[in-house]
Design a protein around this ligand. Sequence first.
Ligand code: WTA
Length: 631
Amino acid sequence: MQITSFKQYEEDYKKSIENPEQFWGEVAQNFQWRKPWFKVLSWNFNEPQIKWFEGAKLNITENCLDRHLEKNGDKPAIIWEPNNPEEESVTLTYKMLHERVCRFANVLKRNGAKKGDRICIYMPMVPELAIAVLACARIGAVHSVIFGGFSAKSIADRINDSQCKLVITADGAYRGNKQIPLKDVIDDALIGCPTVEKCIVLTHVRTPVSMLKGRDVWWEDEVKHVNDVCEAEEMDAEDMLFILYTSGSTGKPKGVVHTCGGYMVYAGYTFSNVFNYQPDEVYFCTADIGWITGHSYIVYGPLSQGATSVLFEGIPTYPSPSRFWDIVEKHKINTLYTAPTAIRSLMSFGEDPLQGKDLSSIRVLGSVGEPINEEAWHWFDEKIGHSKAPIVDTWWQTETGGIMISPIATVTPTKPGYATLPLPGIQPILVDENGNEIAGNSVSGNLCIKFPWPGMLRTTYGDHERCKQTYFSTYENLYFTGDGCLRDEDGYYRITGRVDDVLNVSGHRIGTAEVENAINMHAGVVESAVVGYPHDVKGQGIYAFVIYPEMHGEAELSKKDILQTVTRVIGAIAKPDKILFVTGLPKTRSGKIMRRILRKISDGDTANLGDTSTLLDPGVVEEIIEAAKSL
Ligand code: WTA
């Protein structure tokens, strides 16, 4: 199923468009099913209602584990690299991983988990995180992994939205030289989570934690009470596999739902092809399993293909900005898949951290999460890939389940800043504001997808209408991505960024409305407006305009208070980089905030603000521009 030439890509692409069902039916043959499907695809984008591999039965963990045991049981499945380089790394072979997943699956059962139950996972990047994820899938429970940077309130909102019965966490996490008290955060969250019956706690940093009798149990104790035999639950292709919360333009994150069969096929197929994975290679994706990239391209994609996947607990700059390169050398990494923000951050340290590092094992490089600027692309290409490793700039989303537009390593000619061409099965289309197709090349517009693919979201948990409104109602019969896009003279796609009110800060998706809601919760704040502005390392920074009339004491202290409130409400990842106190916001007569103007001000581009005549009070703009000069 691997594409090895551009000609083959073109042929496969053509076939996938002319006869999608046959194409995906054939791809799906490369996976292990307990029972075959009777229909490859039925769909409509109006309701929306999408079913792939209807009638088929499977368990994704049999594809990620059991089927590799016979031939590749002793092959490393996961290599864990700890935060502290002095600590030993850990290798789990497919056999070992299988055994641990089965054992922990029995722990979940012992603690009352059943098929269909939702389980929240809030853990550091340790092998047990992958084990917990796979153990849920083993018994047919639905995992909802929450990134370690979210606050207690965010966790509680997510747990309650999907009514989780169980939580899996650890005492704490290491992140560079910091320790994060995960269990404390969970304790705060669980005060408001009546559906949670049990909390399983892994010992990791061994910091003191409170353990509530009847609710909290230690991972290490529990695994002693069970054996490592656990038959995989038979799942329908369209049964839910996981929920992953993501930000949108409204204030409330939504639970994107992925199902077992289609997601597996799509994650596995795209992994194998985009990275051109070869059997004995070591693959390293630097994402966190708390995000979709970690789900699809640390856990499910690589393991379904029998690959060796490196799981790194730490951060790129600890203990020094050489860390990634040390890891590449130590584990002889063949594929390095990372984010533009990490590349830009490492680039800023110059070439010293690269001195004496052996990067010769690198064969393929990948980028994900945000547009990659040309400077970072070239640095990555020259300094890391030594101009020999193709860079796959992979465009996709939590909602798409897997990579959608991307070069195929060694096959597609790349171009800096371009995600290049759609993968087989993917039918992108650019539309104007009214939903009319913009055909031809050298054009730009809003990016939509006009035909289903197996990895697409099926619904948003507990609120199907929201799924319809957000993705399928803007333009009739199209999935709307929320991204702007350019198609150049060669038909290559370049993603230009979000066209909705969603920010991309260090590759993390954050809705402006969410940040505004958090700021507005701060006592004394009357109103706020948040926009993104260009940031050298983060891609986008968060700029908040805040009306706070009766502030006492120093403004700087009030800013810190606001940051603290945002940290409490959402988490540190959503903290504004800049806060400007203003007396009013530019609004239209109907009361709508004109963000376009605020974006220009935050960008320092005040010479041409465009038409301000529709503003209720045009004077406020001058005032804000003056105030902004002080930041
Ligand atoms: C952005 C991450 C440009 C885009 C997998 C998308 C990108 C959002 C790229 C999804 C890329 C992702 N080039 N922009 N290669 N990859 N994006 O859900 O705006 O965390 O809509 O999924 O990231 O972010 P999410």
